[in-house]
Design a protein around this ligand. Structure first.
Ligand SMILES: [Zn+2]
Length: 355
């Protein structure tokens, strides 16, 4: 197992977010990544050459899944926010969106209008360092992929903000660049024919699904809170199976908020069975641990033994595996939860499960 850390993650440090009508301290913070790094360091997992420096692969791999105009927008957004009168001490929040009957094919000159055009919600503060951190995450994911191509069995990419809600041309759900999608596409561009993405974050990865929905070369499978009640609400239902060439290459397993661990693992087994039949050359895991019983914004019940069991199941899948960090908002527990998954994967699962 190799580790790649997005050392630019802390450039994105939101002050506040809108939650139930109020501005509250942001849930998605640099402390999340610091907690994971501390747990991995304490376990000795950053030693002995296991940690790789993220290498810059440039913007071209991002443009394989994101619209160049959207990436241009992200790169320049903070400067435009300030130029348009935005407060340097506050974060930029979209306030208007081109919903049904409004045009989204015309790019307005007004910055606030473009902020809405390129976003899906008001829950994602855009900050001075959002682009640097998100781009850094993509570069870290590409570095992890390079380690797999060099023969590693697995790599873990420690990054934030997360990526799986980001679509080809919009941000949302704390996500700006879809790191898992960038890595999956890069694997295909390097010669792979079939890549599987398994998304175990509490929330459906609407961005990842949408990017590959009409494609056969990526199979997207996701276990998540039922979108009838859980974010992102407008995608992630069981009847979304792909379209056109991609029909049959998308599988969603929505579970009710509060679902039992037995139900979660039954869904995991079903997803892995589908992926096994697909026979991918590479498995990308969108590793959110906001499925944790103590997560402040989610409603599943997984704990350390279950995370170790997840790691073991992923190891048993038997393909080169790229873990990309997604959600997980119980900052004091996130590190040990991630460590449990990776230990389970690496064969120490039994000890972890008994701890
Ligand atoms: Zn999540």
């Amino acid at each position: 197992m190799k580790f790649v850390v997005n050392t630019l993650h802390a450039a994105h440090a939101a002050h506040q977010e809108i939650f139930r009508g109020r501005l509250v301290p942001a849930f998605e913070t640099p402390a999340r990544a610091e907690g994971i790094a501390a747990a991995l360091r304490d376990a000795g997992w950053f030693d002995g050459g296991l940690q790789l420096p993220a290498r810059d692969h440039g913007r071209a791999p991002l443009e394989r899944v994101h619209a160049p105009a959207y990436l241009d927008f992200l790169e320049g957004a903070w400067g435009e926010w300030l130029a348009s009168g935005g407060d340097a001490q506050a974060d930029a929040f979209p306030a208007v969106w081109p919903v049904r009957t409004l045009r989204d094919d015309v790019v307005p000159r007004n910055f606030v209008a473009r902020l809405g055009l390129y976003s899906m919600d008001s829950g994602t503060p855009l900050t001075a360092g959002s682009w640097a951190a998100a781009n850094g995450g993509a570069q870290a994911a590409l570095t992890g992929l390079a380690a797999l191509r060099a023969g590693e069995r697995a790599a873990y990419v420690l990054t934030r903000p997360p990526g799986h809600h980001a679509g080809a041309d919009f941000f949302g759900g704390y996500c700006f660049v879809n790191h898992a999608a960038v890595a999956a596409q890069a694997a295909l561009d390097a010669g792979a024919r079939r890549v599987a993405i398994l998304d175990v974050d509490y929330h459906h990865g609407n961005g990842t699904q949408a990017i590959f929905y009409a494609r056969r070369d990526v199979f997207y499978a996701s276990l998540h809170g039922d979108p009838m009640t859980e974010y992102p609400f407008y995608l992630g239902h069981a009847d979304e199976r792909g379209v056109g060439d991609g029909l049959g290459c998308n599988a969603n397993y929505p579970l009710p908020a509060g679902a039992s661990n037995d139900a979660w693992f039954a869904a995991l087994a079903a997803a892995l069975e589908r992926l096994r039949a697909y026979d991918p050359e590479l498995l990308v895991v969108s590793l959110g641990v906001d499925t944790y019983v103590g997560d402040p914004i989610s409603h599943f019940r997984l704990d350390r033994p279950e995370y170790a069991r997840l790691g073991m199941a992923l190891a048993a899948f038997g393909r080169p595996t790229l873990f990309v960090q997604e959600g997980g908002y119980a900052t004091d527990a996130i590190g040990l939860n991630v460590l449990a998954v990776l230990r389970g994967f690496d064969g120490g699962g039994a000890a972890e499960a008994g701890a």
